[in-house]
Design a protein around this ligand. Sequence first.
Ligand SMILES: NC(=O)c1ccc[n+]([C@@H]2O[C@H](COP(=O)([O-])OP(=O)(O)OC[C@H]3O[C@@H](n4cnc5c(N)ncnc54)[C@H](OP(=O)(O)O)[C@@H]3O)[C@@H](O)[C@H]2O)c1
Length: 267
Amino acid sequence: MTETTVRKAIVTGASAGIGAVYARKLAERGYDLIAVARNAERLEANASRIREETGRAVEVVVADLSKSSEVLKLAARIAEDATIAFLLNNAGISLQGGVLQNSLADAEDLIAVNITAPTLLSIAAAKAFGERGGGTVVNISSVTAFVPEMFDRAYSGSKNYLINLTVSLAGSTKDAGVRFQAVLPGPTDTDLWARGQVPESIVPRSMIMSPEDLVEAALVGLDRGEVLTLPTVADESVWAAYETSRLALRSSLAAGQPAQRYRQPAK
Ligand SMILES: NC(=O)c1ccc[n+]([C@@H]2O[C@H](COP(=O)([O-])OP(=O)(O)OC[C@H]3O[C@@H](n4cnc5c(N)ncnc54)[C@H](OP(=O)(O)O)[C@@H]3O)[C@@H](O)[C@H]2O)c1
């Protein structure tokens, strides 16, 4: 393969869980990888497995995406390296308990990793890929985006934010050949669950999908041209009804005057 035909994928959180599986699957699809995470040892172990199994080149970048200086370095790399054609914003954290049980610094970290980093990298990729005539950005959201009453509010909010970001950027970059997809995993068998952050009484084991099945389904969704992929939702009509309701709401969001129920009763 010549230098000009090399296509690289950046995978954040490539050292474990969903990101580690995605990295391998993208290498199997012919991408060389730039694998990003904090833990150099785990990252290098996964990278060398992928090199051995797929023969693709894997560069390891040790970076803490809660630090904006490190995110900006990665964003600059996306802008400068014309072989980068795929960005997977997978790195994400949740808090044991919720925002009220943790410090403000923990909440700040969650916002930095789950919101700031994927936002800056998505923007950098949208611009760079648009100028290069194409590319793909995948943001890993979560089904918790739809159930803030059940899970940590800041976590589910961060995942809902990613849906909005993705749908909005998908619309504004489509004509430039840039694809955006948000993947909404349900419970998936990774360290997140091994750490016991969600008790079995809330989510039984039978509801937890393997990361291999999740990533395989997400890639099928990508091949289907989906902007939002919900691998656990069997009945597509449920999602279609949700979208229909959302669009119905859209038509009444700008009215110029308050709805009748918000008017002071006549004296
Ligand atoms: N598992 C689920 O049930 C589930 C469901 C819905 C959505 N998700 C989402 O899927 C994504 C992957 O989660 P997972 O379950 O695979 O979690 P995981 O097993 O805990 O893996 C998280 C990955 O992100 C990296 N990471 C964490 N903080 C980082 C930081 N500050 N800078 C750089 N890398 C960082 C970790 O590597 P280092 O520790 O080496 O940095 C690791 O590679 C997350 O966005 C998560 O919210 C998961």
